[in-house]
Design a protein around this ligand. Structure first.
Ligand code: SAM
Length: 290
């Protein structure tokens, strides 16, 4: 059998890339992992194991994919950059439980992919996401209500802190509310910038979003997220001003909504918890039927 290459070794990576005439694309967020301890940890903590199908986004040259294939029943990796396909054929050719799809994850029907590829398996997502589309990919994975149990991914350290911040604290943002709506986020571990080739300008962290079986009850999901977004764009104002300004309401109407929701008009939107956002949405629907 062919000897497995050490895909975390910068010398091996340079050799593979130069043989294939590959140059890194900054635009596609191509920073490949070279710290050998990180990928086994993502695979283990991400739940790759027997009876589990893993969807990976952006396999690069396959350093994480290899660890996933060693543990999971099946791995499907979606890679946008077609230049990486011959490289992946060389680095991961030994794995019979792997399928690589050359596509843009944002344009991919993931519900259909999961149904076709992972029938009968528990499905988890593991990735070292390209940072230029971290939030849109996470929101796609969560918002499409895919049959997945968790998303374990590398993100910028700052994004990790925001996504995993407790609601009601200064670090939380609209994206924190959205992520908490669908999942229970946890920060797993930090990863330094020196763990990548080429080294990015920021440090990173691995987070895990454990999908909730039941999302919070809200009167109208679309309206709920519109209210959350509006309130956070004016996070330093009072909730009264943010609600009336953000949703285009008369002050009086905003006051009444907050009173019905049992929320002091003077607090800042960033202090609100999930139940309070839901209560505002409920009161809004009651007063302003959609
Ligand atoms: N998993 C590899 C690793 O850890 O070394 C590579 C991670 S690198 C940060 C991100 C990868 O995502 C690159 O291979 C890049 O080509 C790919 N990518 C970028 N945009 C993508 C998209 N829209 N859909 C799928 N893959 C994408």
């Amino acid at each position: 059998m062919k000897k497995v290459q050490n895909l975390s070794d910068p010398g091996v990576i340079k050799d593979i890339l130069s043989r294939h005439g590959f140059t890194f694309s900054k635009k596609l967020g191509q920073n490949f992992l070279i710290n050998p301890s990180v990928c086994p940890k993502i695979a283990e903590m991400g739940g790759a194991g027997e009876g589990v199908g893993v969807l990976e986004i952006g396999p690069g040259i396959g350093v994480l994919t290899h660890e996933l294939c060693l543990r999971a029943e099946k791995v499907v990796a979606v890679e946008l950059d077609g230049r990486l396909l011959p490289i992946l054929a060389e680095t991961l050719g030994e794995h019979k439980n792997l399928r690589i799809i050359n596509a843009d994850v944002m344009e991919t029907d993931l519900g259909k992919l999961i149904e076709e590829e992972f029938s009968g398996l528990e499905v988890v997502v593991c990735a070292n996401l390209p940072y230029y589309i971290t939030s849109p990919v996470i929101m796609k994975l969560l918002g499409e209500r895919l049959p997945i149990s968790s998303v374990t991914t590398m993100v910028q350290r700052e994004a990790a802190d925001r996504l995993c911040a407790p609601l009601g604290t200064r670090e939380a943002g609209a994206v924190t509310v959205a992520v908490n709506f669908y999942s229970e986020p946890e920060k797993l571990f930090n990863v330094s910038r020196g763990s990548f080739m080429p080294s990015p300008e920021v440090d990173s962290a691995v987070i895990k979003l454990n999908m909730r079986e039941k999302t919070p009850e809200v009167a109208d999901e679309g309206l709920f997220f519109r209210i959350v977004k509006s309130l956070f764009t004016m996070r330093r104002k009072t909730v009264l001003n943010a609600l009336s300004g953000g949703m285009g309401l008369e002050k009086k109407a905003a006051e009444e909504i907050l009173e019905r929701a049992g929320i002091s008009p003077q607090i800042r939107p960033e202090r609100l918890k999930m139940e309070q956002f839901a209560a505002i949405c409920e009161a809004y629907c009651g007063l302003m039927p959609q």
